[in-house]
Design a protein around this ligand. Structure first.
Ligand code: SOE
Length: 397
């Protein structure tokens, strides 16, 4: 590992919502977990100097830079953490890997399959020299989700027949909400599909161990024109667009699709930013021949389990409280029964990443895993355009 006296010096690009979430996790990870390396929050990077300076101060970074190339080229940095909009992931990641930096990149990996392929190829080349790369699908690290995967792997659900996943938000239902970067294809790649659909694609494939092989999809952009933003930082744009010039929304507001998984399961997916009343509602249900598991992000400390093997008179869903030391990630936190939240998934993500880098093992999801998610996103887009069943493309061109 290219650490300095067992210290991993992190440089993070981006300081908005995800930058803040990652900062919190970098700050916390060594306080909670006993790890083979210590994290130093060395540099935070953003183009706007007054803002990045303020972010460095607020989020607890030692210093700041205004050009990401400085992080990538610096001998004082071991890890580059990419929390920027999707249009810069590929360039930053490829340069960082070529410079021998370990890379953590926010999801979705890239804006296109071509970029994701370049990134996966760069990660494979760098791996030969002990350089590690991981994509940040943080919901894998919710203890109840990790436990779901264990249940499936242990055969507790039997043969998986159905996967039912939805990720629903409503932050853009107001047609006056401005045209922020997440609503622009050249910046974000796609809309609800890539931003939140990518999470449920990764999560369900991770939990079931099965991969999506083909899809039939519908996408829609309900509000096609929006006021140009005065100033924005992602979700927190000012919703004061009245009277300003407008521009076209170039991404989907919602995507729904059915899919086949390679282990024989049938799946349905729904990703929407127009689910009025749903703020950040992610729900996954898995039906197997021996039981069912249900995860709901709004009750993330719980897992619902239906065990078909129980006597007929005792059947029903059991609510498992995933708050005990026996549960994934939980022993380092609080005494039994004490719940955790959204931000902990990022701390767990940093825990796994730091451990992998420090012990010279491969973190997951790899860039190749994330490329596969990108291939599914691409298949969904093509299916919606062609109005036909579409196979997920191969990882290699
Ligand atoms: C915005 O829709 C968003 O912040 C996603 O980008 C995140 O990945 C998700 O965790 C919450 O919602």
């Amino acid at each position: 590992m290219s650490t300095h006296d067992n210290v991993l010096r992190v440089g993070m690009v981006g300081y908005a919502f995800m930058g803040a979430a990652h900062s919190q996790a970098w700050r916390t990870v060594n306080r909670v977990y006993d790890l083979p390396a210590r994290v130093r929050m060395a540099l935070i990077c953003g183009r706007d100097e007054p803002r990045v300076a303020a972010a460095a101060d607020r989020l607890g970074w030692d210093g700041y830079a205004t050009d990401w190339r400085r992080l990538v080229e610096s001998d004082e940095i071991d890890v580059v953490d990419i929390c920027t909009p999707g249009d810069s992931h590929c360039e930053i990641a490829v340069a960082a890997l070529a410079a021998g930096k370990h890379v953590l990149c926010e999801k979705p990996l890239a804006n296109t399959v071509e970029e994701a392929r370049l990134m996966a190829t760069a990660a494979a080349a760098a791996r030969v020299d002990g350089v590690r790369a991981m994509c940040g699908f943080n919901y894998r690290r919710v203890p109840a989700v990790a436990m779901m995967r264990q249940f499936v792997a242990d055969g507790r659900l039997g043969e998986i027949r159905h996967v039912r996943a939805a990720y629903l938000q409503d932050w853009i239902i107001d047609p006056q909400f401005p045209l922020v970067w997440r609503l622009q294809k050249d910046r974000a790649g796609s809309g609800a599909l890539g931003d939140i659909g990518a999470h449920i694609i990764d999560l369900t494939q991770y939990v079931t161990g099965q991969r999506i092989t083909g899809v039939s999809a519908l996408t829609e952009t309900f509000v096609k024109e929006r006021p140009l933003p005065a100033e924005s930082s992602g979700l927190a744009a000012q919703a004061d667009g009245n009277g300003r010039a407008t521009g076209p929304v170039t991404v989907d507001d919602a995507a729904v699709f059915v899919a086949r998984l390679d282990g024989g399961a049938l799946a349905t997916y729904e990703a929407s930013r127009f689910a009025t009343g749903r703020k950040n509602a992610l729900r996954v249900e898995i039906n197997g021949s021996l039981g069912t598991l249900v995860f709901d992000l709004e009750r993330l400390n719980e897992l619902e389990f239906y065990d078909a093997a129980r006597p007929a008179a005792e059947q029903g869903f059991t609510r498992i409280l995933v708050t005990e030391g026996e549960h994934p990630y939980m022993s380092a936190w609080w005494p039994p029964g004490h719940i955790i939240g959204y931000e902990h998934s990022f701390t767990h993500q940093m825990r796994d990443f730091v451990e992998a880098v420090a012990t010279g093992t491969d973190p997951a999801p790899s860039f190749t895993d994330a490329l596969q998610v990108q291939l599914v996103l691409d298949a969904v887009t093509r299916s919606a355009e062609l109005a036909s069943w579409t196979e997920v493309g191969p990882a290699l061109a």
